[in-house]
Design a protein around this ligand. Structure first.
Ligand SMILES: NC(=O)c1ccc[n+]([C@@H]2O[C@H](COP(=O)([O-])OP(=O)(O)OC[C@H]3O[C@@H](n4cnc5c(N)ncnc54)[C@H](OP(=O)(O)O)[C@@H]3O)[C@@H](O)[C@H]2O)c1
Length: 325
């Protein structure tokens, strides 16, 4: 099968398309013919081996997983013995998480992994574009922020993959959403349902004097210290990006003070939890409450361009790679 492989860390030109062996499935496994996959910051980080400490996870001497990519949408090609939830020909979407492997024509995973039937109303490209962002934003908002109807949430970075999902999910939960983005993305985030938009190029979003029950920093560009005065009493600041600062503030605020700081590692949740969330995501997509945002699609052969766009840090929504047309 064709797959995008890499054997050393570096810029997007370490990636190449090669012929590799198709994954072999065992009992309980599902073989998916990948039609579309996505490139996101986690793929970029694994490709670059950056930040340096991430190599402890991705492979200290070189990449442990030669094929990147976590999100996929495709068709079930074969099933192993004992599989009951999927049949050959099913259209499915999901995520392999730290196993990677979706930048390829085929990927195999357990039927108990993060895989579900695709939303009927979406294409492969559209389906893969709601996996990563929503699988991150949903647990952050529901399980960490415990967001409730009528609460005020500020979302920093609402125009990326996580942010575009977060705006829509926060509206679904009945929150009042203030989105903080650059001028170029104001119309996009309004179209997703943001009630108010702050243009970060015109000053710090913390300057307006308003307070929020939840500040969700979807791109980890701010900090608890900067946001503290913008949090309401018992408010919580959540960041997707690990740093020493957020870890220390999380430890401190878990014991002291009425305003909390937290980070979650949603990618490390159990496959069962992710599979359940895929069902929620499918339902929201089917009813039009969660719409995919795709900036650009690339064929597999041009995946390095997709990575360059992601590396720039300003993509709108998702970058999709079509594998099998
Ligand atoms: N903790 C976890 O479990 C977990 C899980 C998944 C992802 N993540 C992390 O979450 C982060 C976001 O992922 P993503 O896929 O949503 O990223 P992304 O799509 O690459 O984010 C791009 C967006 O970030 C916005 N942005 C850049 N600088 C900004 C700033 N200073 N202020 C506000 N917005 C800014 C850009 O909008 P403008 O052009 O308007 O600046 C752009 O639309 C990544 O760091 C990823 O690694 C963490």
């Amino acid at each position: 099968m064709r797959a995008v492989v890499y054997s050393k860390y570096g810029s997007p030109d370490v990636l190449s398309v090669a012929d590799v062996a198709r994954p072999v499935i065992g009992a309980g496994d599902v073989l998916v013919r990948v039609h579309a996959t996505a490139v996101g910051p986690a793929d970029s980080a694994a490709r670059a081996g950056s930040p340096y400490f991430s190599r402890l996870f991705f492979g200290p001497l070189g990449p442990r997983k030669p094929i990147l990519g976590s999100d996929f949408a495709g068709e079930v090609e074969a099933v192993g013995t004992g599989v009951t939830r999927f049949s050959v020909g099913d259209k499915v979407f999901g995520a392999t998480g730290a196993e990677f492997g979706t930048h390829a024509e085929y990927v195999s995973l357990s039927e108990d992994a993060a895989i579900a039937q695709m939303p009927d109303n979406l294409s492969y490209a559209e389906s893969v574009a709601i996996v990563g962002g929503a699988l991150t934003a949903l647990p952050f908002l529901r399980d960490n922020a415990h967001i409730k109807r009528g609460q005020r949430i500020m979302i920093n970075g609402p125009s990326g993959s996580v942010g575009t999902a977060a705006v829509q999910l926060a509206k679904h939960f009945g929150a009042h959403v203030t989105a903080v983005c650059s001028t170029a993305n104001i119309e996009l985030v309004k179209s997703l349902g943001a009630d108010e938009v702050i243009d970060y190029t015109r000053g710090a979003f913390t300057e307006g004097g308003k307070t929020y029950d939840v500040i969700f920093d979807a791109v980890g560009k701010s900090s608890f210290a900067r946001c503290r005065n913008s949090l309401a009493l018992h408010g919580i600041y959540l960041s997707t990006v690990p740093s020493i600062g957020i870890l220390l503030q999380m430890a401190r605020t878990s014991k002291f003070g009425s305003k909390k700081a937290a980070i979650a590692f949603t990618g490390l949740r159990s496959p069962g939890d992710k599979a359940n969330d895929l069902l929620v995501i499918r339902k929201l997509a089917t009813t039009g409450r969660l719409v995919p945002v795709i900036e650009k699609e690339f064929p597999l052969e041009r995946i390095a361009e997709a990575y360059e766009l992601v590396d720039g840090g300003h993509k709108k929504g998702n970058i999709v790679v079509t594998v099998t047309v």
